[in-house]
Structures are given as C-alpha cells and as structure tokens.
Design a protein around this ligand. Structure first.
Ligand SMILES: [Zn+2]
Ligand SMILES: [Zn+2]
Length: 401
C-alpha cells in the first residue's frame, strides 16, 4: 500500500538550513533536475531582460493594441494590458492577465503563434506596496500583480522553542532586489490541546503587531482564520461578568466581534490510499480586491465551517486541492510544480478555484529544504490568507495518518 507520504516531485539532495531561498537556489542550482519548464523560464527571462539579444522580429502591424487579443475587450485602468508571454516571435500583442492565465490553463501555447508560453515569464504591471505592511498583508494581492512568489521558513520561537514560521516575498528573479519579510506566525497550544497560531507583521512577534489568528478543531482537520476581533462567546462572558477587560492583550480589539477571513478543511481520501482532500473557503472579493460581504458571525450556524458542512456557500469563494496524478514510473502521486518544488512532502499542495479551474493554481506550496517551502499565490488571496492556508497544511494531523 502507498502512504500519502508519496506525494512528490523529483528529489534534490537536502542541505543544511539555508538562510534564504536565494541562497538555496544558488547552492542547489546544479543539483536540481532541469525540467523542460525551467528551461523555458530561463530562456524567457533572458529574452525579457536583454532585449538586445532577442532575435529580430517581423512587425505585427495588424494587431490592435487597444484590446485584448483573446477576449477582444478594451483595456482599462483596472484591467491593464500585459505583453503576451510568448517565448517565440510575438511582440506588441497584449492580453488581459486573467484571459492569458485562462488560455494557458487550457492549452499552454501562445494564442497567436502556437509556440511555447510561460506564465511565470509575465512581468506584473503592479507590485506590492510595503509603505503600510499591515494593510498590504490583509488585502487580496492585486489581480495585475500576477503570481506572487514567496517562501516560508520554519523557525523556533519563544521560551519553549515551539515551531514558528516566517513568510518572505522573493526578490524578483534576475534582479538584486532583496527579499522582503511579510509575516511571522507563532504556534500556541491551548488548554484543550487544539493548535492556535498568532500571526504578526514583525519577526519578533510583538503583540501590538498581531494582525490575526488561526485556530483548529481538536482533530486538526478544520482551521479557521480570524482578524484580531474577539470570540463572540467570550464577549458575552465579559459582558455578563461586568468586567473582564484585564484579560485582554494589547493587540485585542476590545469588544469587536472577530471577522472570519477563511476556513480550510482536510479529509482523508475515501479509499485511504492517495492524497488527502483539502477544501478552502474565503469571503467573496471582486477584481479590485473589495469584499462584498464581511463575515462576522454571532450565531454558530453562520460560521464559514458550518456553512461549508451544509453547502450554504453564498458570497464565499471556494477552492480545492488539485488532485495529484499517480505515476507508474515513479510509483508515487505527483503534481507538476514547474521547477519550484524539489522535495517530497505530504504538505505539498496546489489549490485551484473549484468554479474557475482555468485560473490555474491560486496557491502552490511545496518543500524545497528541510525547513523551507516555496509559496506562490495570486488574487483573490491576501498574503495573510495564503500564509494561514499553508500553516494549516503543515499542521493538519491528517498528514501523519
Ligand atoms: Zn481579455
Ligand atoms: Zn507567440
């Protein structure tokens, strides 16, 4: 019988604790197996960064550069033009980000010349703004920022050296841009033995920089993310007692009921062979990143987890994990991580929209060293949500079935 541990891609030799992903990539660039995809990435990067070296091209005069050549709709401030990520001879053609992602999800080839394309070669027209880290990490990343490439490092935090995790945005490939710290998470075990993560915008996890929390059920199969608000049951107790405000930490929002920012559930595969099933729901947001409805339940039946169990999913966006394919030659379940993952782990996963799988991987998480994972994600997730979903994958007890 195969265990879920066999979910993997090709294995590179592990190395001792690199300090950053860049260091890891430099150290292991020769030891990593070269996939056709990573060759494509490398050549695309060369074309994009050294225009002088690009081959001479025929001018494409017939192309109307005011509209997307896939959907023929005009470009706008919110839906900006992207250069076609064609590795062949197509220049001057522009598309919408979502249109080309949907196209590549179906065919993988250039819509104009049918040559190879690579979504990772697309230069985003928007970047994340770090002037206000707290609001940047809580907002969905802009649709036009494309795929945001990050990595997660496992660290030991606190007096009892519990596991903690830190999230970094990777400097753009082919530049000297430094990596940017985004979030840190600290795990606490509660009295009832369920896990609770607090998430901060400082590496030192200062209480006044906490942006939210994630809690799990006893079985470690359901995880809910919250902002800094309070559990409505605790608020009721505080109000009954007349005064319980001395129990509040500095990051607590005194009597504000907490907002639910998402929920992840894990389920063993029914046949008990093969990978676990993962479901994620977040409150709906539009393409500009505005939420249509804030989920702040006072009644347990309105909690996202309870709505997921009865299928009442109005105003929620649903994601599922991509099902790995069993490969006879490797004797294992495999996902194509496009060269971004190099170690087998049951924690590896790819999340797709259950309504619009053509958007491709909304979140991809995979191990690259004993204590390091790559985390690539895109709209509609916020850095906080993407990080919390990955923490749940690291924490779920279904991993050790
Ligand atoms: Zn379009
Ligand atoms: Zn082309």
């Amino acid at each position: 019988m195969l265990s879920p541990d066999s979910v993997h891609v090709s294995i590179a030799p592990a190395m001792a604790s690199p300090r950053s992903l860049r260091e890891l990539e430099q150290a292991s660039v020769l030891s990593l197996p070269i996939s056709p995809r990573s060759r494509i990435c490398a050549s695309a990067a060369a074309v994009h960064h050294s225009p002088a070296a690009a081959p001479a091209r025929e001018p494409l005069e017939s192309i109307d550069d005011n509209c997307c050549l896939i959907c023929m709709d005009d470009f706008s401030e919110r839906r900006k033009p992207y250069p076609l990520p064609c590795i062949g001879a197509c220049t001057g053609a522009s598309v919408h980000y979502r249109c080309i992602m949907a196209w590549l999800g179906q065919s993988g080839s250039c819509p104009l010349c049918r040559g190879p394309c690579d979504p990772l070669a697309m230069e985003p027209t928007q970047t994340l703004d770090f002037a206000d880290l707290k609001s940047t990490v809580m907002r969905p990343v802009p649709l036009d920022a494309g795929i945001v490439r990050c990595y997660v490092k496992q660290v030991y935090k606190g007096l009892f050296k519990q596991y903690g995790y830190e999230l970094y945005l990777q400097g753009r490939i082919g530049t000297d841009e430094p990596d940017q710290f985004l979030l840190a998470a600290k795990k606490q075990l509660r009295k009832n033995m369920t896990a609770n993560y607090s998430i901060y915008t400082t590496q030192t996890c200062d209480e006044n920089t906490r942006v939210g929390r994630m809690g799990s059920n006893f079985l470690g199969t359901v995880f809910t993310m919250y902002d800094n608000g309070r559990d409505p049951q605790k608020i009721a107790k505080i109000q009954d007692a007349g005064n319980g405000l001395d129990t509040l930490g500095p990051g607590d929002n005194v009597l504000q009921i907490r907002e639910e920012l998402g929920c992840c559930t894990y389920e063993a595969n029914r046949t008990s062979v093969g990978p676990r099933k993962m479901r994620v729901c977040i409150p709906d947001v539009d393409e500009a990143g505005r939420s249509s409805k804030i989920v702040r339940p006072t009644n347990p039946k309105d909690r996202i987890v309870n709505r997921m169990s009865v299928g009442e999913l109005t105003d929620l966006i649903k994601f599922i994990n991509r099902e790995p394919v069993f490969r006879e030659d490797l004797g294992a379940y495999c996902l194509d991580f496009g060269g971004r993952v190099s170690m087998a782990s049951v924690k590896n996963f790819q999340l797709i929209s259950s309504e619009d799988p053509s958007m491709g991987n909304v979140l991809q998480f995979g191990r690259v060293a004993d204590d390091m994972f790559t985390m690539d994600f895109q709209w509609p997730l916020s850095p906080f949500q993407a990080f919390a979903i990955c923490l749940s994958s690291c924490d779920t007890k279904l991993a050790c079935v």
